[in-house]
Design a protein around this ligand. Sequence first.
Ligand SMILES: [Zn+2]
Length: 215
Amino acid sequence: MSSTAADGLALRREPRPAGSVSLAAPCLVLDRSFQPIHVTTLRRAFILLYRGVAQAIDEEFRLFDFASWARLAAVNGDSVGTPSRRIRAPWVIVLMAFEHRRGMEVRFSRQNVFLRDENTCQYCGKTLPRSQLNLDHVIPRSQGGETTWENVVCSCIACNLKKGGRTPEQAGMRLLRRPFRPSWNPILRNGKTSAYELWKPFLVPIGAPHGVAED
Ligand SMILES: [Zn+2]
């Protein structure tokens, strides 16, 4: 199906009443395990909803099929359509029969570890400028620890020195959380909109409103 579905919904870009949003605005697409997979347009999101391939998520994480979504009142003027037929903009949709694909993982890099850990030392919890942060091998390389998402964390220099060539247990230190491979590399743009606020819960652990920087 193509744009005929959207045409059938009487979704038009012109005229746009005050408070309405463009059908070209971005919509975050999740797989059925709520993993972000990509970003599409509201136009495409409506087509997927209308076909029953996707469901929309509201700010309370409830799922809606097209009919129930269309009955919701618009919030904060975030709607598309004409004055006679306004539909809330679905900023996040779930593909109901889609499993997360391989090959979309975030590349392991110093900058991406900082992003995952939100520039926060994983031992003492201090958030610091990147110039004052190091990467720490949880299991030291001297003890066979690998340079992987699961074994490298962001650490302040003081904690890094204190820990030395020891495991956290050996050093009597505790990790704030177990390090993990982030599920997705967010295709986010600069600038904040309500859309991005609604996306945030699904973009943890990356959490940054920017594309992932390379080293
Ligand atoms: Zn620290």
